[in-house]
Design a binder for this molecule. Structure first.
Ligand code: HEM
Length: 500
């Protein structure tokens, strides 16, 4: 190679040679300059108090959860907005800003390329991970399916069956054994069984007294945890290098994704063999309109991610709160007895669930304080100014923070820290709030598509369990979350269950 270059230099005229050297030098200098500008925009070395505290993890001296520290900072900010320079991230719990990001200037705040890169290996082109035409197509198709009466009744059937044949027998067995168990693990198993049956028409049977290990559930856990950790790093360079060389966490991620993909491909192939036109699961319904197998796989995997840990997180925190607020539990039970008039009827119907206003208030109040998705980010397409005057630079990240929002006096009043379902009730009727004041299911054009399904699932479980059991937290620990896409408790939730 060296020989070829020197021979070429000798044969070229001096002018061409000088021109080439200048061109090469200019390109090199320009690349270095651009790289330095890019790095300086990321501000990886910012020395301000907030960034230093983030980088050195000093905040852990005072707070047990990252979201609690952000809440503290947001409370101190007069506008309800802060900026973490090293993450190039504007974080807000300002209602007007949230409406601006999610609705008014929706087209300026897509998920963006950085987000697609973080979750792209796991989610491919699934609805969670795309913008524009592909998102629009999936959104239309999915919302048609999720609104259909057939799909809704199919979902309720699945949920009641899982409660009747698995969740209640599990609780009975542990009540008799008087043993402590991890409620978060049980709720995850429960919601994974449900979302797999609903999305694939396939039953992973995760919720059993023997607590079987599921390769798919484990692979899914690993993949979503490692993907979430990518989002917390100050620069994507490290995980991209690890991915390039297939080492460390990136190697584990690749292996986990292979398990998820292999498994999904098998299900799709089987479904093609046995036919899908008469089935009600999402996979079969999507297969009627989409031919591309990889695309179908991506769509369905997004649903698994969306519907599994969110519901489990909501249920786990709800039972933690009921254990501490037993008068609320009593009121749920009284309402259920009043609405389900027949004492022999074990599980509520769709209409009865809708009549339970207090129960609805309990679920909303739980997620006001403990939203399953504690924060959610977008990336600015162009420079912008938020309604509170915060300047947002093109390409930077903007995060709205439902967890902090639920703790803001200026949003929810001086009793914002209290668990008070009554705040949602007026004359015995549930009264909702603006989605931008309560962005637990997001709001605007990308509002959660599974909201109604999730609320129904959570409420069915609460009614079924509260009427039969007392679930009591073992110990007095605070809720300590591990970083992730959804709120998950680091050490689970140890509980005991007693028959009523
Ligand atoms: C308590 C449970 C749930 C909560 C709190 C919740 C919350 C959210 C949030 C915050 C988003 C926006 C995420 C983002 O844009 O990055 C979202 C989107 C979504 N959710 Fe949920 N979710 C829940 C349950 C479910 C369930 C059970 C399903 C499916 C059956 C589901 C399906 C979806 C889908 C498909 C999207 C993407 C919508 C879009 O991008 O247009 N969710 N959800």
């Amino acid at each position: 190679m060296t020989f070829e270059i020197s021979e070429w230099l000798q044969n070229s005229t001096p002018i061409i040679t000088i021109f080439n050297i200048m061109f090469f030098t200019f390109t090199l200098l320009f690349s270095i300059f651009s790289f330095l500008i890019f790095i300086s925009r990321l501000k990886p070395w910012c020395n301000c108090n907030i960034c230093s505290s983030y980088l050195t993890m000093n905040w852990t001296n005072e707070f047990i959860n990252l979201s609690d520290w952000y809440t503290h900072l947001l409370k101190k900010s007069p506008t309800g907005t802060i900026h973490i320079h090293v993450l190039n991230n504007t974080i807000t719990c300002n209602q007007q800003n949230i409406e601006h990001i999610l609705k008014t200037r929706f087209e300026n705040y897509p998920k963006g390329k950085p987000f697609s890169a973080i979750l792209g290996d796991l989610l491919g082109n699934g609805i969670f991970n795309v913008d524009g035409v592909s998102w629009n197509f999936q959104r239309k198709m999915a919302s048609l399916e999720l609104k259909s009466v057939t799909v809704r009744s199919y979902a309720l059937e699945i949920i009641i069956e899982e409660i009747r044949t698995r969740l209640v027998p599990f609780m009975n067995s542990f009540a008799h054994a008087e043993k402590v168990f991890d409620l978060q693990d049980i709720m995850r198993r429960f919601s994974f069984d449900n979302i797999c049956k609903f999305s694939f028409g396939w039953d992973p049977r995760c919720l059993q007294v023997s607590l079987p290990v599921s390769d798919l559930a484990n692979a899914f856990d690993v993949a979503s945890k490692i993907s979430a950790r990518r989002a917390l790093s100050t620069s994507p360079v490290i995980w991209k290098i690890k991915r390039l060389f297939n080492i460390g966490s990136e190697k584990n991620l690749k292996e986990a994704i292979n398990v998820v993909n292999k498994f999904t491909d098998e299900i799709i192939n089987k479904r093609k063999e046995i036919g899908f036109s008469a089935r009600n699961d999402l996979l079969s319904r999507f297969m009627c309109s989409v031919n591309d197998e990889k695309y179908i796989r991506d769509i369905v995997i997004s649903f698994l991610l969306a519907g599994r840990d969110t519901v489990a997180a909501g249920l786990t925190c709800l039972f933690w709160l009921l254990s501490k607020n037993q008068e609320v539990e009593k009121k749920i039970q009284e309402e259920a007895t009043r609405v389900i008039k027949n004492p022999d009827q074990e599980y509520p119907s769709f209409e009865e669930i809708r009549e339970m206003h207090y129960l609805n208030a309990v679920v909303y109040e739980t997620m006001r304080l403990y939203p399953p998705v504690q924060f959610d980010s977008k990336f600015a397409k162009k420079d912008d100014v938020l309604p509170d005057g915060s300047y947002v630079r093109k390409g930077s990240r903007v995060t709205y923070h439902p967890y902090a929002m639920g703790r803001m006096e200026r949003v929810w009043g001086s009793d914002c820290g209290e668990f008070k379902p009554e705040r949602w009730m007026k004359d015995g009727v549930f009264v909702s709030e603006s989605v931008f004041k309560y962005p637990v299911f997001q709001g605007g054009f990308r509002v959660c598509l599974g909201k109604e399904l999730a609320l129904m699932e959570i409420k069915c479980v609460v009614v079924a369990l509260v009427r039969k059991f007392e679930i009591r937290v073992d110990g007095n620990q605070e809720l300590r979350f591990s970083p992730g896409l959804t709120a998950s408790l680091k050490d689970g939730l140890p509980v005991r269950v007693f028959e009523k």
